[in-house]
Design a protein around this ligand. Sequence first.
Ligand SMILES: [Zn+2]
Length: 67
Amino acid sequence: MNLTNTKKVLSEMKTKLCYTCLAEGDVMYRIQIQKGKKWIFVCPKCQAKYAQGDFYRYGGTWKGYRH
Ligand SMILES: [Zn+2]
């Protein structure tokens, strides 16, 4: 195991707060939940909830631990 690399990965790990429930996570979904509105980041739980909505748009997955 390479200790230097492990330390590097940990120090670069970031998290975001879910826009709607404020849960902290290192995997967030970039979505729109209202027509013409801005992109927001939400946790997987909220994403599943908003995916039912009429104006839901998916814009990608954010991963804090990726490089
Ligand atoms: Zn959430």
